[in-house]
Write a protein that binds this ligand. Structure first.
Ligand code: 5GP
Length: 220
């Protein structure tokens, strides 16, 4: 790599937020996306909700008690935190800042409250909302999941209705009609966002960077 192309390549890591009502197919989409972009990090949240069968501490979540969560919060360890479905969830701040600094993209699987707070704190974060193909389909998927009690399903459906209303505050949306199609759209968003001028320190800070690198005359 030449010196000039290295200067251009110095990009800050992008923050990609993916929100969806539970049952929209977010988990599958995320694992498929990470296979396409293995260098992308996945932010692991802290939560006070009980671990479900098959979930791994440190991979799916950091499962902690209310006291530990409160300590993290008091130490300003979370970039954002929220109460979702009756439990507390928080995005740890340091992995986020580290990945932006080191030019690694990071994906956040968080709800609409979290998305709003992250966008405030990191204005270049990209928010994407995943929609289920239809309301009927969402009901069917939640009922068929079998991991939640009836009361929980009712609460998740209520939340879904509220969350879908918040879609207007997002940058992009995807409809999960067919996973391959949703994945292709998501991949395009990531690829395009990586080329955003504002992510390149050299291009952002120095008006004349392009002219220096390419030996062009600065414009005005
Ligand atoms: P679940 O308990 O089904 O894994 O997640 C429930 C909801 O909490 C999902 O919508 C998920 O995106 C959201 N969530 C997970 N981690 C966080 C977090 O750190 N912050 C916020 N605000 N929401 C989260």
């Amino acid at each position: 790599m030449t010196r000039s192309s290295r200067t251009l390549a110095e990009r800050e890591g992008g923050i990609f937020i993916l929100s969806a009502p539970s049952g929209a197919g977010k988990t599958t989409l995320i694992s498929r996306l990470l296979k396409i972009f293995p260098e992308m990090l996945l932010s692991v949240s802290y939560t006070t909700r009980p671990r479900r069968p098959g979930e791994v501490h440190g991979r799916d979540y950091f499962f902690v008690g209310k006291e530990k969560f409160a300590v993290m919060r008091a130490r300003r360890g979370f970039a954002e935190w929220a109460r979702v479905h009756g439990a507390l969830y928080g995005t740890p701040r340091s992995p986020l800042d580290r990945s932006v600094r080191r030019g690694r993209d990071i994906l956040l699987d968080i709800d609409v409250q979290g998305a709003r707070k992250i966008k405030k704190l990191y204005p270049r974060a990209v928010s994407i909302f995943l929609l289920p193909p239809s309301w009927q389909e969402l009901e069917k998927r939640l009922a068929g999941r079998g991991t939640d009690r009836r009361e929980n399903i009712r609460r998740r459906l209520e939340n879904a209705r509220r969350e879908i209303r918040a879609i207007v505050r997002y940058d992009y949306f995807l409809v999960n009609r067919q996973i391959g199609e949703a994945l292709a759209s998501l991949k395009s968003i990531v690829v395009a966002e990586r080329q955003r001028i504002s992510r390149y320190k050299a291009l952002r800070r120095q008006r004349s960077a392009l002219s220096r690198i390419y030996g062009l005359k600065a414009d005005g």
